[in-house]
Design a protein around this ligand. Structure first.
Ligand code: ASP
Length: 338
């Protein structure tokens, strides 16, 4: 049987670090190094390795992910694996999911433990990611699965995956829907399919979102905070340059009563999305009364972010603004996320 061709694209991150003279870890390894460190890959796929960047994922740019998506669209291959840092994997994988509409698997992976530690997870995660990208069931269902993340022998949907711990080896989870598949021995064991209607509908409106960058601010609500920074930002909006905002709101979609005026002012100035600061899950729409309730905020023009994590909501809003969608179209698009 001929082995599938899998293209490995390396961006950097802990998975690609090596120690410098002081013993501190520096980004440095490229795709060839990562592949060479896992001889078992040879038995799974015909690997093509390409280094795109050598940066920590905390320093990746949205533009670079757009360039990466364009590169992936142009590849002649049976599957793609992207290696990067863990810090922004939940954002980059979701952005790729919004930008790509391919018939081949696209899998993002990373490492929580660097190569100088005992039991680093990079090599195992790369092998698992390639196994997933080369798997016949995944290939057959690639379009329905969308972009996948593979960490510690679990497969997650890009819209759900989240980094849930800063250092632990099991630092990833899909908090809303759970993993789609598991790896055991040399097998990928499917468990469930993701519900991606909203992503698919969004992608239809977004196209390849080829416009100019549209920076989006993220505000986190917290006990007794009136969000006065919103006013400063609006007063200096030319210099600051934000074109949209996401408010990570409390509970079912509430903000402190002291913050309501500022939040409503923000929503009048630019598309402003309310997302759940709990990290995901559908919010309320019509339960509570009062000025800081979800009913009042929705009536005041806040866009309802649905079940998406605020970080993913921010990625989606930036993509919408880049694609030139107006406020009404953005609200309709977010509405499909629950
Ligand atoms: N700061 C690193 C990065 O995201 C952490 C990691 O890779 O795990 O690139």
């Amino acid at each position: 049987m001929t082995k599938p061709r899998i293209h490995v694209l390396a961006l950097g991150g802990t998975i690609a670090t090596r120690p410098d003279a002081s013993g501190a870890m520096q980004m440095g390894l490229g795709a060839d190094d990562l592949v060479a460190a896992v001889p078992l890959l040879e038995g799974v796929a015909k690997i093509e390795a390409e280094t795109v960047s050598r940066v920590g994922s905390h320093s990746l740019g949205i533009d670079l992910i757009h360039t990466l998506a364009a590169k992936i669209r142009g590849l002649e291959t049976d599957g793609v694996v992207v290696t990067q840092g863990t810090d922004t994997l939940e954002e980059t994988s979701f952005l790729l999911d919004l930008l790509l509409d391919l018939d081949i698997p696209v899998v993002v992976t990373a490492a929580m433990r660097n190569p100088s530690l005992t039991s680093p997870d990079g090599p195992g995660n790369l092998l698992a990611a390639v196994r997933v990208a080369a798997d016949p069931w995944v290939y057959k269902n690639a379009k329905a699965l969308g972009v996948l993340a593979v960490m510690l022998d679990e497969v997650y949907a890009a819209a759900d995956v989240a980094k849930v711990h800063p250092t632990r080896i099991n630092g990833f989870a899909a908090t809303q829907a759970g993993p789609l598949a598991a790896l055991v021995e040399d097998r990928v064991v499917p468990m469930t399919m993701p519900v991606r209607d909203a992503v698919v509908a969004a992608r239809r409106k977004l196209g390849t979102a080829g416009g100019k960058p549209a920076p989006v601010a993220l505000f986190w609500t917290s006990l007794d905070d009136a969000l006065p920074l919103v006013l400063l930002m609006l007063a200096a909006s030319d210099r600051v340059g934000y074109r949209g905002a996401v408010i990570a709101a409390m509970g079912g979609g509430h903000v402190p009563e002291r913050a309501v005026d500022n939040v409503v002012r923000l929503a009048k100035a630019m598309p402003t999305v309310i997302s759940p600061r709990t990290g995901g899950g559908p919010m309320l729409r019509k339960t509570y009364a009062g000025p800081s309730s979800e009913i009042a905020l929705r009536e005041a023009g806040l866009i309802w972010g649905g079940r998406l994590h605020p970080l993913k909501g921010r990625v989606l809003l930036e993509t919408c603004l880049r694609a030139g969608l107006d406020r009404k179209a953005i609200a309709e698009l977010f509405d499909t996320f629950g």
